[in-house]
Ligand binder design. Structure first.
Ligand SMILES: NC(=O)C1=CN([C@@H]2O[C@H](COP(=O)(O)OP(=O)(O)OC[C@H]3O[C@@H](n4cnc5c(N)ncnc54)[C@H](O)[C@@H]3O)[C@@H](O)[C@H]2O)C=CC1
Ligand SMILES: O=C(O)C(=O)COP(=O)(O)O
Length: 392
């Protein structure tokens, strides 16, 4: 029986992927094989020894200590693209909220009491809530991955001119992107030209505080900056300064913070970019399927720290081995298996940065001694046996 410990609200459709016969799934579960999470912060958590995988039902993995997971051989999965449309649609709402004074106008209407002469009052006051249109304006998209490419294409469909910046765009994302999106060589040029800028990059050491006084020094006063990526990418004090000095128009953010609350130029939502039934379902299903294939077959798809790898099962007994990616480990592994007279039927080895991962299908169960020998190889991080083998 595999044990999945859940954090946050995970869609039932995803949870139902785990069969009741083979899986126990609950929020309070000792000795879990895997965590299934959304935005739960794991940096300060000591992981149980039984933990083999973490499934992030979403895109951003800044809440997971990836380096520690690499050291401990824990595979971290996410759900690339599964919530991208939900974010794209909220960006559209954000652009409209930033260009038309919808929020202030609605607050004004809510403040009214029933009265005679309501119509003339509305007609008199509506000039306070006039705005501008999106058509013909320039949208700058920073980060052209799953979400950014959808947002860029949406901008074109709205009749906007779209410019984009992504120093590490993937081939897949580049294919998705319309050739009408103008590629910018640097962020300063993008910030200098755009009327709307939407951020769709991950928070990393290199992107923390990226939107700073420096970048905001050359923006248009009409600028609406949209942050549905992560709060840490933006220096809030620089935003407040730019708004207070009239150097930009609005900041629309999915990441409220104490220093941005109640600022009239800042429109904030409680991190709801991915909070649609569809996105929650897509993410949970994708990650549940990935966790099951990993726990049952050792295959890895959409990992953010391990190589992606899949080998069709050729025998009932499969061993997976994670090791540090240095020379001669594979030799030692196959030598130990051969010394114990076990036939290898099929195998696959892949590496990613400092990690290597092996899937080995065997003709018979490995003995206790052979497993002890494999685990004692200095560079081996973990060894799993998948199949109904009995051990002491
Ligand atoms: N508000 C919300 O609820 C949600 C927020 N997010 C956030 O949005 C981020 C992006 O999500 P996806 O598009 O799905 O990820 P993705 O991985 O498909 O795309 C991210 C893109 O950013 C690019 N990038 C990396 N560093 C960059 C830099 N310095 N400048 C410009 N581009 C850079 C990458 O090359 C990649 O193409 C996530 O990391 C997450 O933090 C994602 C989903 C929901
Ligand atoms: O997928 C992401 O990166 C998100 O920010 C969505 O977070 P959530 O799953 O809604 O807590």
């Amino acid at each position: 029986m595999y044990k999945i410990r859940t954090y946050n609200t995970i869609s039932v459709k995803g949870l139902n992927r785990f069969s009741r016969e083979d899986y126990e799934v609950a929020s309070e579960l000792p000795h879990p094989d895997a965590f299934l999470i959304r935005s739960q912060k794991l940096h300060d958590m000591e992981f149980p020894e039984t933990l083999k995988a973490i499934g992030r039902a979403g895109a951003g993995v800044n809440n997971v200590p990836l380096e520690r997971c690499i050291e401990q051989g824990i595979v971290v999965f996410n759900a690339p693209g599964a919530n991208a449309n939900a974010v794209k649609e909220l960006v559209l709402a954000g652009m409209l909220l930033g260009s038309r004074d919808i929020y202030a106008g609605m607050k004004f209407v809510e403040s009214l009491d029933q009265q005679d002469g309501l119509d003339p009052l509305l007609e008199k006051e509506k000039k306070r809530f006039a705005g501008t249109e999106l058509i013909g304006k320039t949208l700058g998209v920073v980060g052209l991955g799953n979400i950014g490419s959808l947002v860029a294409n949406m901008g074109l469909a709205l009749g906007m001119k779209v410019i984009g910046y992504d120093p590490a765009i993937s081939v897949e994302a580049a294919w998705r992107l319309s050739s009408d999106v103008e590629k910018m060589d640097n962020l300063n040029s993008l910030f200098g030209r755009a009327d709307y800028i939407s951020l769709h990059l991950p928070v990393l050491d290199a992107t923390r505080g990226l939107v700073s006084d420096n970048l905001l020094s050359g923006v248009k006063p009409s600028l609406v900056l949209l942050n549905f990526a992560r709060g840490e990418i933006v220096d809030n004090s620089a935003i407040v300064r730019a708004l207070d000095d009239g150097r930009m128009h609005r900041y629309v953010s999915d990441f409220p913070a104490n220093d941005t609350l109640r600022h009239p130029g800042i429109l904030q939502m409680p991190h709801i970019g991915a909070s649609t039934g569809e996105a929650e379902e897509n993410c949970a299903i994708m990650v549940a399927d990935q966790l099951m294939d990993f726990l049952e077959n050792g295959n890895i798809a959409n990992s953010v720290n391990f190589p992606n790898i899949a080998l069709p099962r050729t025998t009932p007994v499969r061993v997976t081995i994670t090791n540090r990616n240095v020379p001669k480990v594979l030799n030692q592994i196959t030598a130990i298996i051969a010394e114990h007279d076990i036939n290898i039927v099929d195998m696959l080895n892949k590496s990613r940065a400092d990690l290597a991962y092996n899937i080995i299908d065997l003709e018979a169960c490995p003995t206790d001694d052979s497993l002890d020998a494999l685990r004692s190889i200095e560079e081996v991080i973990n060894v799993r046996v998948l199949g109904s083998c009995q051990y002491r």
